[in-house]
Design a protein around this ligand. Structure first.
Ligand code: SAM
Ligand code: SF4
Length: 458
């Protein structure tokens, strides 16, 4: 059994409002990077006292830094198609949204979108699509992946798509996709049934089993998540952690990423207010608990969240964020154009800062922006990635590659004041590298980049 709902409910019902001593004990364990069992995670996720929460946030930030250093990875989504046979009540793409303008990008349009993202400096993108087998078939997705790799400088493509069978997953893996992502939305079966009234997505178990199928099919890195707002967040957080633990038990690797999507307004959705709304403080708690419970995971916070929130969560455990996102197919090419037939967005975004602004903001908050894509391309994946991160051996790669990719970005994409800001961040980042050999190596590689070499990494 992947998720034992009864057990999670029992754990939560046993929790009394935790005191500071109890929380300190749990945080001491988490600081050793061993992660947390469900019982300990349940205690943390139940804390309401703002003072105790503050301590949890500080520890989560420290754990993030031990594991990945100061780096914050940046990416952009690329929406292929908004056709969908499903009827997820919360989504703008749902079939019942009869007024929606539908669009599936041609392969030329896919390349155009990818080239726009490349021209902004992105190296990592996430392909996203609705579920309509006649439109976004496996052939189509693979053609899109091939075209982007062949015609642009995008270095890694991740995919967030409807769940697939093993044959398709093997083909997708063979096309060079890095992380395969599917969110369970809610692990609570009755709510899942309510939110997904028709279409293939009604099948809870088929969706839940997709990460097992993906890992059997050769994906070493998979991404999971719960859509916050559909059901009691405490239940869904524990279930997400249980899912990650299940993957570790079976495959030796925890979920590579845990995304933290929170319900947003969407044109044509039939959920106007979140049935279980999650406050900003609760949202931050969820980010921190994911970080403490699965230290090696990329904790992903998208542009569903406002700028203020995203600036805060990078301090308390988030390690990957998107920038300048568009959630409709063709959204990047259509910027600045006026059309009465604009394809429907999946949901409205809440942080409209572009890549350069995001990079500057990350630096100003004392962190290091990273456009690194190395691990997927050199095989630091799956169990190897889990082992290296949990033993504290990934941070040095992350820090070095963040500096190298920032240098490349500054030279190729930035002309104005952000360049100075970036150069001084690189200087500061270099000073923070304590190992002499490593520092020498990074200095050498920085020099190679200044001489014109590209795609340089450790
Ligand atoms: N259609 C596929 C699926 O449902 O698995 C692919 C991914 S879907 C386009 C991406 C994710 O967006 C969904 O899994 C869901 O969690 C999230 N999403 C959908 N509607 C949303 C909304 N109104 N606010 C925030 N996130 C939403
Ligand atoms: Fe379709 Fe995915 Fe939206 Fe559901 S969440 S309606 S499956 S695009």
């Amino acid at each position: 059994m992947i998720i034992d709902a009864k057990r999670i409910e029992n754990i939560l019902s046993d929790i009394k409002q935790p005191n500071a001593y109890e929380v300190d004990d749990i945080l001491a364990k988490a600081s050793l990077l061993n992660g947390l069992n469900l019982e300990d995670a349940a205690v943390l996720v139940s804390v309401e006292d703002p003072h105790i929460l503050k301590t949890i946030f500080i520890r989560a930030g420290e754990v993030k830094e031990k594991v990945f250093g100061k780096r914050i990875v940046l990416f952009a989504p690329l929406y292929l198609s908004n056709y969908c046979i499903n009827n997820c009540l919360y989504c703008g793409f749902r079939k019942g949204n009869k007024d929606a303008v539908r669009k599936a990008l041609s392969i030329d349009e896919v390349m155009q979108e990818a080239k726009i993202l490349e021209a902004k400096g992105f190296k990592r993108i996430l392909l996203v699509c609705g579920e309509e087998p006649k439109v976004s078939s496996m052939e189509y997705i693979i053609e899109a992946v091939d075209a982007i790799y062949k015609t642009t400088g995008i270095r890694i493509i991740h995919v967030n798509s409807p769940p697939m069978d093993s044959v398709d997953l093997k083909r997708l893996k063979a096309s060079g996709v890095g992380v395969y992502q599917v969110f369970q939305e809610t692990y609570h079966r009755p709510t899942y049934a309510l939110m997904h009234p028709s279409g293939k997505k009604r099948n809870y178990d088929y969706r839940l089993g997709v990460m097992d199928r993906a890992m059997e099919a050769g994906f070493e890195d998979v991404g999971i998540g719960s859509l916050l707002g559909l059901y009691d967040y405490k239940f869904d957080v524990l279930a997400t952690l249980a899912h990650s633990q299940h993957l570790f038990k079976r495959f030796g690797a925890y979920a590579h990423t845990i995304s933290v999507p929170r319900l947003r307004p969407a044109d044509g959705s039939s959920v106007k207010d979140a049935p279980f709304s999650v406050s900003d403080l609760e949202f931050k708690k969820v980010v921190a608990v994911y970080r403490l419970a699965v230290p090696c995971a990329g904790v992903v916070v998208s542009t569903r969240e406002a700028a203020v929130m995203r600036d805060e969560v990078i301090q308390i455990g988030a390690s990957q964020i998107s920038a300048g996102s568009k959630t409709e197919p063709g959204g990047y090419a259509s910027v600045g154009t006026v059309s009465t037939v604009q394809p429907v967005e999946q949901f409205s975004t809440n942080d409209h800062r572009g890549l350069e602004e995001m990079i500057a903001s990350i630096i100003r908050h004392g962190f290091m922006p990273s456009l690194c894509t190395t691990c997927y391309r050199v095989g630091r994946t799956g169990a190897d990635f889990t082992g290296k991160t949990l033993s504290g051996n990934m941070e040095k790669f992350c820090q070095a590659n963040a500096l190298l990719t920032l240098q490349e970005y500054l030279l190729d994409y930035v002309q104005n004041g952000a360049r100075e800001l970036g150069e001084s961040a690189i200087e500061k980042g270099l000073q923070e590298i304590k190992e002499t050999g490593l520092k020498k190596e990074v200095l050498k590689k920085l020099d190679e980049i200044r001489q014109g070499k590209r795609d340089v990494f450790l």
